[in-house]
Design a binder for this molecule. Structure first.
Ligand code: KG4
Ligand code: ZN
Length: 337
């Protein structure tokens, strides 16, 4: 890849319609995100049919805006990278079909990208990657520890067996009566309370890097319901702090153990839950004490869904000669490999 290679990235896997142009694999030239959160809020979560409709309305505008902000046209673009999966099928299809239409009309190479590869590669927009590295991916749909021995090579060494971390945050927030998405609200409350309520931590079998958050989520809900039945007041700030403490204990401890076992040079934080202040500060504290391991945490704007991260992962695939055909389909169950 020359350092002039221009990649157009497109992302529509959930509730953001996004397009971006990046240069040389790691420089953001433009990044446009149209969020639908307001439309989904009153339903307490993302409604797939509404998401698809918004993507259809916004997609062309967002791509045009990304090219305009980058002061370039499709002629300047070397390849188009798009989220192929996983995600909501009706949402993914809009991005995939847009990318295919642009690739066909302008005779450009097409590169399908795994959404999680995108979240991990958001870090390359911050600093150069050094291998082997470990990425802790924590989003609304995923909780994974991914080992990378080189560019474009992904080994999932641990994943959630039930709820994703973000999903647990959103469900707990909903029970407390907080608006969607609940993660940032719990994070804020947690900082005002103390972790005084005893809640479980699912360590699972010895040596496992898998996660499980559904037991913790049920314990929070039961604590609230039991207090209600007894007519007792429960301090939601303390409950939020206790829940957050339990999630962070497990996430950080398993990340530390895996980083030591695999002797990684970097630990990269990725995904929407990477915006969590408690998680950011606990990881920073932990890796400050660990020699030889660099912790990378992207800015908040690169943690949540965006197309610059898809273009960054796409740039590496493009360089490695990976191409998708115009027969590519949205794949909601796409595996990371
Ligand atoms: O990566 P993302 O934007 O979308 C997916 O690919 O899933 O992640 C969204 C998730 C939501 O569950 C949201 O509640 C959570 O990230 N989130 C947070 C925080 N900010 C966003 N969770 C905990 N603390 C936060 N500050
Ligand atoms: Zn995401």
């Amino acid at each position: 890849m020359t350092n002039k290679t221009m990649i157009l990235g497109i992302e529509t896997s959930c509730d953001e319609t996004a397009a971006a142009v990046i240069r040389g694999g790691n420089e953001i030239v433009s990044s446009v995100i149209s969020s639908q959160i307001e439309s989904h809020k009153r339903f307490g979560g993302v409604v797939p049919e509404i998401a698809s409709r918004h993507h259809v309305e916004q997609m062309t505008l967002v791509v045009e805006e990304a090219l305009e902000q980058a002061s370039c046209s499709m002629d300047d673009i070397d390849a188009i990278a798009v989220t192929e999966g996983p995600g909501l099928v009706g949402a993914l299809i809009i991005g995939v079909n847009t990318a295919k239409a642009l690739a066909f009309a302008h005779q450009k190479p097409l590169v399908g990208v795994h959404h999680i590869a995108g979240h991990i590669y958001a870090n390359r927009l911050v600093t150069e990657m050094q291998f082997p590295l470990l990425s802790l991916v924590v989003s609304g749909g995923h909780t994974e520890l991914v080992l990378m021995r080189d560019h474009g090579s992904f080994e999932v060494i641990g994943e959630t067996r039930d709820d994703a971390a973000g999903e647990a945050y959103d469900k707990v927030a909903r029970t407390i009566g907080l608006p969607y998405p609940g993660g940032p609200h719990i994070d804020r409350l947690a900082h005002e309370g103390t972790p005084s309520i005893k809640l479980p931590r699912a360590w699972l079998e010895e040596g496992s890097y898998d996660f499980s958050f559904s037991g913790l989520k049920s314990a929070v809900i039961n604590t609230l319901h039991n207090a209600e039945q007894r007519g007792e007041e429960i301090d939601v700030k303390d409950l939020a702090a206790s829940f957050q403490d339990s999630v962070i204990d497990v996430l950080t401890e398993k990340t530390k153990r895996a980083a030591q076992e695999y002797g990684v040079k970097q630990v990269l934080l990725a995904g929407g839950v990477a915006a969590n202040k408690g998680l950011r500060s606990r990881l920073t504290e932990m890796f400050d004490k660990m020699d030889g391991v660099e912790l990378v945490i992207p800015p908040l704007s690169l943690c949540t869904d965006n197309a610059a991260m898809i273009a960054a992962a796409g740039a590496v695939h493009f360089e490695q000669g990976r191409r998708s055909s115009l027969g590519m389909n949205a794949n909601p169950g796409l595996e990371l490999k």
